[in-house]
Design a protein around this ligand. Structure first.
Ligand SMILES: Nc1nc2c(ncn2[C@@H]2O[C@H](COP(=O)(O)OP(=O)(O)OP(=O)(O)O)[C@@H](O)[C@H]2O)c(=O)[nH]1
Ligand SMILES: [Mg+2]
Length: 240
């Protein structure tokens, strides 16, 4: 069977790293790599394309980029993988994220950087604390065990479509995790390794104002969707 995995990489001004990330893709395991740009002012798009990615444009925002990439995936792709374009996620971990879905043992597999090995300085203490805090809240309210809101993750495409995601900013990752729990997907969290970005500038954690905005979005998603209890699958869920 041909590979049925589409890798989606949101990338904004990542010319220093995107070429390496795309060229490290395990092409024999995936159908395509989609780099979702929105108005990079550097050579992100041309470098990504030269390295073998399909480049698409999306409205501004991390979640908007993930959504656009999901919708643009080949119709034959049944699994979607998300990762960052700055080289922080380790491409070699991709297979371990996808394998439980291919084996039909899980619908959603989250890579936890907190449970994996991190290069010093790759995550702020505040990010680690937020991962644990959100994990504790979701354990109480959703009965699910997460330790991170990391970007590297895989989900069955039909499951994602059934979640009816609406978040278009940095709350996208958390909304997926909450909705996956509410929709009673089979969830697995596995350790992934993580390193510092290999070049370029941070759009989130290394920028104070962006970090504040991201934190506000995460709290907003948590309050809007995460603190409602769902003992039964949310009736709005489809394709479990
Ligand atoms: N298309 C698109 N990609 C984005 C946008 N914002 C961030 N990204 C990408 O999303 C990924 C995560 O952003 P980062 O800047 O690495 O955020 P971070 O990991 O918190 O920060 P670092 O610790 O510096 O790596 C990167 O691949 C960015 O290029 C956006 O508005 N549009
Ligand atoms: Mg990063």
């Amino acid at each position: 069977m041909p590979p049925a995995v589409s890798v989606v990489i949101p990338a904004l001004n990542e010319a220093e790293s995107i070429g390496q990330v795309v060229s490290e893709m395990p092409w024999h395991l995936i159908a395509e790599c989609i780099v979702v740009d929105n108005g990079s002012t550097d050579a992100t798009a041309t470098i990504a394309q030269a390295a073998g990615a399909r480049v698409i444009q999306s409205p501004r925002g991390y979640g908007a980029a993930c959504k656009a990439g999901s919708e643009a995936a080949l119709p034959t792709s049944t699994i979607l993988v998300y990762m960052d374009g700055d080289g922080s996620d380790i491409v070699a971990d991709l297979f371990r994220l996808v394998a439980p879905i291919e084996a039909n043992e899980a619908d959603f597999v989250l890579g936890s950087r907190i449970r994996g090995t991190r290069e010093p300085g790759s995550m702020l203490h505040s990010q680690i604390f937020a991962g644990h805090l959100v994990g504790a809240l979701l354990r109480v309210f959703q009965g699910v065990n997460y330790t991170d809101m990391g970007p590297f993750r895989a989900i069955r495409r039909t499951s994602l479509e059934g979640l009816h995601m609406s978040e278009l900013t940095y709350g996208w990752n958390l909304e997926m995790q909450i909705r996956a729990a509410q929709c009673k997907l089979r969830i697995r969290e596995i350790p992934v390794n993580y390193r510092r970005r290999i070049g370029g500038t941070s759009k989130v954690s290394g920028d104070l104002w962006a970090s504040v905005k991201a934190a506000v979005r995460i709290i907003e998603v948590l309050l809007r969707t995460g603190l409602a209890r769902y003992p039964e699958p949310d009736p709005d869920c489809e394709n479990r």
